[in-house]
Structures are given as C-alpha cells and as structure tokens.
Design a protein around this ligand. Structure first.
Ligand code: FAD
Length: 290
C-alpha cells in the first residue's frame, strides 16, 4: 500500500483552515500529527487528494491556564501533556493516560486533537476528558462553537464535526476542592499496545467521606466512550466500601457493549471493565483524600 499523490495546504488561521476545508470538501482530510491519518490514507486513501495541515496555526499549540480551567490547543502533543507542570492539581488523570499511550516517538508527534477527532473507540484520552467535564471548542466558517466533549464522538471514526469544522481546543474546567480522578487501562503488553479496555473515574469527597458528582467513562468496549450513568446515580452521597465497589463494577459491566476481536473476547473485556472500574474509582478516591 502507498499514499497516492496529495496536495498539501498549510492553514495559517482557523478562518483559513475552515475556508480550505469548505472549498476542498469532500476530498480533503486534516493533518495534525499524522500518526493515524497517514496510516489510514495508505489503507483507504481513495478519493482524498488534499491534506490541510494545521501546524502553522499558533493558537492551536500548547496548554494555558485560564480563569475557567486549562485550555489545551488541539495540536498539543501527547508528550507535552505527559510533561507539562500544568497537569497537576486534579488534572493528573490526563498524565495517567498520556504516559501509557503508544511509544515515545508516537507521543512526540501525536496530538490530543487527533486522538479525539480520530474517534477510534480505543483512544485513551476521550474517556479521561469526559470524566473531567471537558468542553470541545470547534471552529467553522461561522466562527467558534462549544459543546461537551462526550457529544463530539458519535461512533467508530465518526464525529459530529461538519465538513468545514475543526477541533480548535479543549477546555478542562478547574477541579474543585477534594476532587480526584484516575484512569485504569489494560493493554496486552506494557509498551506500544492499544487498549483492550479502559476506565476513567472522577468524584468529589465531602467532609464525611461520602462521594458526590461521580463520573465513570469506559473506553474500547463500545463504538464510542460509554458513560456509566447508573453508577453515578447509585453512588451519589454514599461512602465507597466493598458493597459500593461491587455495585459500581456491576453497573459498568452492564453498560459496556464490547466486541470480540484479536485483542480479546467480549466476555474477557466485560470482566476487565469490572476490574478497571474498581481500580480507577479507588485511585480517584485516594487522590481526592490528598
Ligand atoms: C504505533 C501506534 C501506536 C498507537 N498507540 C495509541 C495508543 O496507545 N493510544 C491511543 O489512543 N492511540 C494510539 N495510536 C493512535 C494515534 O497515534 C493517536 O490517536 C493520536 O493521538 C492521533 O493524533 P494525530 O495528531 O497523529 O492525528 P492525525 O493522524 O493527524 O489525525 C487523526 C484524525 O483526526 C483528524 N484530525 C486531526 N486533528 C484534527 C482537528 N484539530 N480537528 C478535526 N479533525 C482533526 C484527522 O483528519 C484524522 O482523521 C497509535 C498509533 C500508532 C501508529
């Protein structure tokens, strides 16, 4: 397989990128780090003759601390997420995921925007960002609009983004006091293996040790990240103990819709979901305790 001839367009602003996408649609793809899209074009590039690179849009790079939380430009690399001192104070769950993804070489190039917009069901960052209540800022010829990150991904390799829209940044609200969040992931080996199943959890602990505002999201076990709403409702105001961990693990296993593939059977993945959900919730509680 090889990539057929492509014309490369370097967008210099959001407006420029949106205009290029609108004009060249439908035989155009956006290029961020290229770790996914270039493989995809090799295997399935028919009908694509233009690539729009976002590299020159300065506003899309890096992490900034703002009044409402962290703004992470869509071109921020996984290595930058892993190494940034701003990923602390409740945001550590982002590093939990970033540090376990792929290889150093891939992490140096791969971006958060590509990880989300690629909408691969086993992508590591979407479940993490969902339990943090992240907002996606998208940009089209009509200007910017914001939506909850969980509404962006609609299915395997499918998003709500229109042909002329791009993901510009992600805003992650500032975590409140006594907040904790953690990520648990299972891959078939330690380095460079995509996830077989993942669980992300966040919660707030009150002074009596009861948990509030619990969020659990699962990855790699459904066409898109799954939120475990039953666990959220059931846990509200309760303390975490053996029974509540059992109940939440059961709810997560029921919410998962895993498939069988070369990395594991549906039954194996469902069992993993129970184990990983417990681990994530337990680690989130520890972080909330400080
Ligand atoms: C060897 C290897 C190992 C990997 N391991 C992992 C892993 O462990 N975990 C994991 O989650 N992923 C993994 N991946 C997948 C991939 O590296 C990541 O999903 C990565 O974050 C994609 O980012 P990118 O910048 O390279 O995206 P690209 O390849 O540039 O783009 C991916 C898709 O998103 C679109 N896109 C990119 N940016 C935007 C934007 N700002 N707005 C709208 N659309 C956009 C592109 O058009 C394309 O369709 C692996 C890939 C490889 C090759």
């Amino acid at each position: 397989m090889h990539i057929s001839a492509l014309e490369l367009h370097a967008a210099t602003s959001y407006e420029d990128a949106a205009e290029l996408l609108s004009r060249l649609s439908p035989d155009v793809r956006l290029l961020a780090g290229g770790t996914d899209v270039l493989v995809d074009l090799k295997n399935n590039g028919n009908g694509v003759s233009h690539l729009v690179t976002l590299e020159r849009i300065d506003a899309m790079h890096g992490i900034t601390e703002e009044a409402d939380g962290l703004r992470i430009g869509a071109l921020t690399t996984i290595t930058e997420l892993d190494e940034s001192p701003l990923i602390s104070g409740g945001y550590e769950i982002i590093r939990d995921a970033a540090s376990q993804m792929a290889t150093r070489q891939i992490r140096n190039t791969a971006t958060i925007g590509g990880n989300i917009a690629g909408a691969n069901p086993c992508a590591d960052l979407p479940p993490v960002l969902i339990v943090l209540g992240a907002i996606a800022v998208v940009f089209s010829k009509q200007g910017p609009r914001e939506l909850p990150l969980q509404d962006l991904i609609t299915g395997p390799r499918e998003t709500i983004l229109a042909q002329d829209e791009l993901l510009a940044s992600i805003v992650v609200p500032r975590p409140p006091a006594r907040f904790g969040a953690a990520y648990a992931r299972f891959g078939l080996r330690k380095g460079n293996s995509i996830a077989v199943a993942t669980a992300a959890a966040s919660l707030i602990l009150d002074n009596d040790g009861a948990v509030h505002d619990v969020h659990i999201a699962l990855g790699a076990v459904a066409p898109k990240p799954v939120e475990v709403d039953a666990a959220k409702l059931w846990l509200e105001g309760r303390k975490l103990n053996g029974d509540s961990f059992d109940e939440v693990a059961r709810a997560a296993m029921e919410a998962a819709q895993p498939i069988s593939d070369l990395r594991g059977s549906a039954e194996y993945r469902r069992e993993l979901v129970g184990v990983l959900t417990r681990r994530a919730l337990q680690a989130a509680e520890q972080r909330a305790k400080g």
